[in-house]
Write a new protein. Structure first.
Length: 185
Protein backbone atom coordinates (compact mmCIF):
# COMPACT_ATOMS: atom_id res chain seq x y z
CA UNK A 1 0.00 0.00 0.00
CA UNK A 2 1.40 3.41 -0.90
CA UNK A 3 -0.18 6.62 0.31
CA UNK A 4 0.95 10.20 0.44
CA UNK A 5 -1.20 10.89 3.52
CA UNK A 6 -3.31 8.68 5.71
CA UNK A 7 -5.08 11.26 7.84
CA UNK A 8 -8.42 9.56 8.31
CA UNK A 9 -9.19 7.37 11.28
CA UNK A 10 -8.77 3.68 10.68
CA UNK A 11 -9.10 0.57 12.76
CA UNK A 12 -7.91 -2.84 11.62
CA UNK A 13 -7.79 -6.26 13.17
CA UNK A 14 -4.76 -7.70 11.48
CA UNK A 15 -1.60 -9.55 12.42
CA UNK A 16 0.62 -7.31 10.28
CA UNK A 17 -0.12 -4.12 8.36
CA UNK A 18 2.61 -2.72 6.12
CA UNK A 19 2.57 0.55 4.20
CA UNK A 20 5.23 2.51 2.34
CA UNK A 21 5.68 5.63 0.26
CA UNK A 22 8.35 6.72 -2.23
CA UNK A 23 8.11 10.25 -0.77
CA UNK A 24 7.05 11.55 2.65
CA UNK A 25 4.16 10.00 4.57
CA UNK A 26 1.80 11.34 7.26
CA UNK A 27 -0.21 8.98 9.45
CA UNK A 28 -3.43 10.03 11.16
CA UNK A 29 -5.36 7.94 13.70
CA UNK A 30 -4.44 4.26 13.44
CA UNK A 31 -5.49 1.29 15.57
CA UNK A 32 -4.06 -2.13 14.73
CA UNK A 33 -4.25 -5.24 16.90
CA UNK A 34 -1.01 -6.56 15.38
CA UNK A 35 2.18 -5.03 13.99
CA UNK A 36 2.33 -1.77 12.04
CA UNK A 37 5.30 -1.52 9.66
CA UNK A 38 5.75 1.85 7.90
CA UNK A 39 8.52 2.96 5.53
CA UNK A 40 8.78 6.43 3.98
CA UNK A 41 11.57 7.29 1.56
CA UNK A 42 11.82 10.82 2.98
CA UNK A 43 9.95 11.97 6.15
CA UNK A 44 7.45 10.10 8.30
CA UNK A 45 5.08 12.23 10.39
CA UNK A 46 2.71 10.94 13.06
CA UNK A 47 -0.26 13.29 13.23
CA UNK A 48 -2.83 11.39 15.26
CA UNK A 49 -3.33 8.67 17.82
CA UNK A 50 -1.60 5.38 17.06
CA UNK A 51 -2.42 2.23 19.03
CA UNK A 52 -0.61 -0.92 17.89
CA UNK A 53 0.75 -4.16 19.35
CA UNK A 54 4.22 -3.72 17.84
CA UNK A 55 5.78 -1.12 15.58
CA UNK A 56 8.47 -0.57 12.95
CA UNK A 57 8.94 2.98 11.61
CA UNK A 58 11.52 4.00 9.02
CA UNK A 59 12.18 7.33 7.28
CA UNK A 60 14.99 6.30 4.96
CA UNK A 61 16.14 9.77 3.93
CA UNK A 62 14.59 12.06 6.52
CA UNK A 63 12.94 12.49 9.91
CA UNK A 64 10.40 10.62 12.00
CA UNK A 65 8.33 13.26 13.80
CA UNK A 66 5.25 13.45 15.97
CA UNK A 67 3.19 16.58 15.36
CA UNK A 68 0.31 15.60 17.63
CA UNK A 69 -1.48 12.71 19.25
CA UNK A 70 -0.07 9.81 21.22
CA UNK A 71 1.64 6.57 20.36
CA UNK A 72 0.81 3.41 22.31
CA UNK A 73 2.68 0.17 21.64
CA UNK A 74 0.86 -2.43 23.73
CA UNK A 75 3.31 -5.36 23.48
CA UNK A 76 6.41 -4.28 21.58
CA UNK A 77 8.94 -4.27 20.29
CA UNK A 78 9.32 -0.86 18.65
CA UNK A 79 11.96 -0.55 15.91
CA UNK A 80 12.91 2.93 14.69
CA UNK A 81 15.27 3.99 11.90
CA UNK A 82 15.76 7.38 10.24
CA UNK A 83 18.20 9.03 7.89
CA UNK A 84 18.09 12.10 10.14
CA UNK A 85 16.21 12.88 13.40
CA UNK A 86 13.62 10.91 15.38
CA UNK A 87 11.29 12.95 17.61
CA UNK A 88 8.59 10.99 19.43
CA UNK A 89 8.16 13.32 22.41
CA UNK A 90 4.42 13.37 23.13
CA UNK A 91 2.58 11.40 25.88
CA UNK A 92 3.60 8.02 24.45
CA UNK A 93 3.55 4.56 26.03
CA UNK A 94 6.11 2.08 24.70
CA UNK A 95 5.70 -1.44 26.08
CA UNK A 96 8.56 -3.74 25.19
CA UNK A 97 12.00 -2.60 24.09
CA UNK A 98 12.53 0.39 21.80
CA UNK A 99 15.38 -0.17 19.33
CA UNK A 100 16.88 2.66 17.30
CA UNK A 101 18.70 1.22 14.30
CA UNK A 102 19.88 4.60 13.04
CA UNK A 103 19.27 8.29 13.47
CA UNK A 104 20.99 11.57 14.15
CA UNK A 105 19.31 13.34 17.09
CA UNK A 106 16.73 11.15 18.84
CA UNK A 107 14.11 12.25 21.43
CA UNK A 108 11.78 9.71 23.03
CA UNK A 109 9.19 10.20 25.78
CA UNK A 110 7.22 7.55 27.69
CA UNK A 111 4.51 8.30 30.26
CA UNK A 112 5.56 5.17 32.18
CA UNK A 113 8.78 3.13 32.28
CA UNK A 114 10.95 3.01 29.16
CA UNK A 115 13.24 0.19 28.05
CA UNK A 116 15.71 0.72 25.23
CA UNK A 117 17.16 -2.18 23.27
CA UNK A 118 20.12 -1.60 20.96
CA UNK A 119 20.41 2.10 20.16
CA UNK A 120 22.84 3.71 17.73
CA UNK A 121 22.61 7.46 17.15
CA UNK A 122 25.19 9.72 15.50
CA UNK A 123 23.99 12.81 17.38
CA UNK A 124 22.23 13.40 20.70
CA UNK A 125 19.94 11.02 22.58
CA UNK A 126 17.26 12.46 24.88
CA UNK A 127 15.01 9.96 26.68
CA UNK A 128 12.40 10.69 29.32
CA UNK A 129 10.17 8.39 31.31
CA UNK A 130 8.00 8.52 34.39
CA UNK A 131 9.50 5.44 36.03
CA UNK A 132 12.29 2.98 35.41
CA UNK A 133 14.52 3.94 32.48
CA UNK A 134 16.73 1.20 31.01
CA UNK A 135 19.25 2.64 28.55
CA UNK A 136 19.84 -0.77 26.96
CA UNK A 137 22.99 -1.14 24.90
CA UNK A 138 23.48 2.31 23.44
CA UNK A 139 26.05 4.13 21.34
CA UNK A 140 25.54 7.89 21.38
CA UNK A 141 27.71 10.01 19.06
CA UNK A 142 26.74 13.24 20.84
CA UNK A 143 25.24 14.06 24.24
CA UNK A 144 22.97 11.91 26.41
CA UNK A 145 20.07 13.30 28.44
CA UNK A 146 18.23 10.67 30.49
CA UNK A 147 15.38 11.70 32.81
CA UNK A 148 13.37 9.04 34.62
CA UNK A 149 11.16 11.40 36.60
CA UNK A 150 12.84 10.17 39.79
CA UNK A 151 12.79 6.49 38.84
CA UNK A 152 15.77 4.20 38.45
CA UNK A 153 18.10 4.67 35.48
CA UNK A 154 20.03 1.56 34.49
CA UNK A 155 21.69 -0.09 31.52
CA UNK A 156 21.33 -3.65 30.30
CA UNK A 157 24.36 -3.57 27.99
CA UNK A 158 27.38 -1.45 27.08
CA UNK A 159 26.75 2.30 27.04
CA UNK A 160 29.06 4.59 25.05
CA UNK A 161 28.53 8.35 25.02
CA UNK A 162 30.94 10.52 23.02
CA UNK A 163 29.67 13.83 24.46
CA UNK A 164 28.37 14.82 27.88
CA UNK A 165 25.90 12.81 29.97
CA UNK A 166 23.13 14.29 32.11
CA UNK A 167 21.00 11.91 34.14
CA UNK A 168 18.07 12.88 36.32
CA UNK A 169 16.86 9.97 38.44
CA UNK A 170 18.21 7.25 40.66
CA UNK A 171 21.25 5.83 38.85
CA UNK A 172 22.15 2.15 39.02
CA UNK A 173 24.93 1.20 36.68
CA UNK A 174 26.95 -1.95 36.72
CA UNK A 175 30.17 -2.52 34.83
CA UNK A 176 29.48 -4.87 31.95
CA UNK A 177 31.80 -6.82 29.72
CA UNK A 178 32.31 -5.67 26.16
CA UNK A 179 33.50 -2.15 26.92
CA UNK A 180 31.49 0.99 26.92
CA UNK A 181 31.51 3.91 29.22
CA UNK A 182 30.10 7.34 29.79
CA UNK A 183 31.58 10.56 28.53
CA UNK A 184 32.07 13.55 30.82
CA UNK A 185 29.30 13.87 33.41
Amino acid sequence: MSRRAANSASSHSAAHVRTSDVNSLTLGNVTITGKLDVIAAIDLNLNGTLNVASLALEATGGDITQASGTLTVTAGPTDLKAGDDITLDKANDFNGAVTVLGGNDVRLNDVNSLTLGNVTVTGNLSVTSNGVLDLGASIVGGNLLADSGGGTISQSGPLTVEGSSTMNGERRFAARGGGGGLGAQ
